[in-house]
Design a protein around this ligand. Structure first.
Ligand SMILES: *Cc1c(COP(=O)(O)O)cnc(C)c1O
Length: 409
């Protein structure tokens, strides 16, 4: 008789879910009728029940009934009050964080403002930085793209104005050493701007303790703010008064509703606002942040470790024999909350998975990303998803799918 190896069987996943102190948070999320296994929370987080209720409240009560009075009631202060909650997650002071615009626009604002403080023009980054960041930085200064961090550190010199990096790499999930790189940049007299889009909400960050100058990040990934929820920016307190927002509008003004002809920048972080904040787009974010804060960033990180560890173990046991290569770091401390697989047919595999009720995502040219949102992803979901992928590979089901790319992934 063939005794099945119990090592990584489903019972193990069930036991892990039973022991999971964050399991109850799943109940706080909306699960659509199809009940898909959703492994793309690193691209677009799930909808929270409280966020959904707040969207309806903002529409019906605040806008529908309150009309313009709601600006004074709650809307005007939202970029700061929501920013205060993000500050708690990233090791910043409340006065240092603001919710506004998109990550790309915020990066433009901060990089431009930082360059204005220096006669230097060189911005250093690495090749696997997020493409939008590369485009923005290229438009702002003399961008030099290094092949890796070692080369970047070697090339820091008296011409470097800014080092700008994504803290967790979107492709591989590798985390950069924030403290070490920030310190090295400062030694060379350069500023750092960290993009923490793929870290916030799953990795405890200590921007203040690492002496980070500036940071930006997005809120619709692990923070579950919803499609197009505005991004945030961070500026170290003592720098705020010295920095000029390159897109100064009425909301950057010290007193926007005086309608003065002369511009006078707000004293605080509000100077980085520009126009009217997107209230409807921000509605679901605050209740979603409350959940992340309640779950606790250290517990989320711990579960994220276990989930990524589990995916990698399952992959080695079941997938590598079909040509799947794990390209995320083997060492848990160097990983964010997604695991990336490389496979020649990654696109077709992603399409086959989606049709079989598992939603991962795909990044060109051959990366399949398994995003693990510790606040709502269960171990059983991971087990079932990897089992499905194994089944697809073993039976070559993906060969029925076209190599032609389509849609958003
Ligand atoms: C998702 C992401 C962004 C998003 O940029 P937007 O301008 O908000 O669309 C930016 N940077 C990184 C590293 C990201 O992962």
């Amino acid at each position: 008789m063939n005794v099945p190896k119990p090592t990584l069987g489903r019972a193990l996943a069930e036991a892990a879910d039973k022991a999971d102190e964050l399991a109850k948070f799943r109940n706080e999320f909306v699960f659509g009728e199809e009940n898909v296994i959703y492994l793309d929370g690193n691209s677009l987080g799930r909808l929270t029940k409280k966020g959904r209720a707040q969207i309806l409240k903002t529409a019906d009560q605040e806008w529908g009934s309150g009309l313009i009075r709601s600006w004074g009631e709650s809307w005007l202060s939202l970029p700061r009050t929501v920013g205060d909650k993000i500050a708690k997650l990233i090791g910043a002071k409340e006065s240092e964080v603001l919710v506004s615009d998109s990550t790309s626009v915020n990066l433009f604002k901060l990089a431009t403002a930082a360059l204005k403080l220096r006669s230097r023009k060189v911005i250093l980054t690495v090749a696997d930085n997020f493409p939008s960041d590369l485009y923005i930085l290229k438009g702002v200064g003399d961008l030099q793209i290094m092949p890796n961090i070692e080369a970047l550190l070697d090339n820091l010199n008296e011409e470097t104005a800014i080092v700008s990096l994504a803290h967790t790499c979107y492709k591989t999930g590798r985390i950069h050493d924030m403290r070490l790189i920030t310190e090295a940049a400062h030694k060379a007299g350069a500023f750092v701007i960290w993009d923490i889009s793929h870290s916030v909400g799953v990795i405890p960050l200590q921007l203040d303790n690492c002496f980070v100058d500036m940071a930006v990040g997005c809120t619709y990934k692990y923070l579950n703010g919803g499609p197009g929820s505005p991004a945030f920016l961070f500026v170290r307190e003592e720098m705020i008064a010295h920095m000029e927002n390159p897109i100064q509008g009425w909301f950057s003004h010290a007193d926007p509703f005086q309608f003065k002809q002369e511009f006078e920048a707000a004293a605080g972080i509000e100077r980085f606002l520009t126009g009217t904040p997107p209230i409807l787009s921000m509605a679901a974010l605050e209740p979603a942040l409350d959940l992340i804060l309640e779950a606790g960033i250290d517990r989320l990180r711990k579960k994220s470790f276990l989930l990524t560890e589990y995916v990698i173990a399952l992959a080695h046991e079941r997938l590598t024999k079909y040509g799947v290569e794990v390209v995320s770091p083997a060492e848990a401390g160097q990983r964010g909350s997604h695991v990336s697989f490389m496979h020649a047919d990654a696109w077709q595999l992603s399409q086959a998975l989606i049709e079989h009720g598992v939603v991962p995502d795909f990044r060109e040219p051959n990366i399949l990303r398994i995003g693990l949102a510790p606040i709502y992803t269960s171990f059983v979901e991971v087990y079932d998803a990897i089992t499905m992928l194994e089944n697809i590979l073993a039976n070559k089901l993906h060969s029925n799918y076209s190599v032609a790319r389509s849609g958003v992934s």
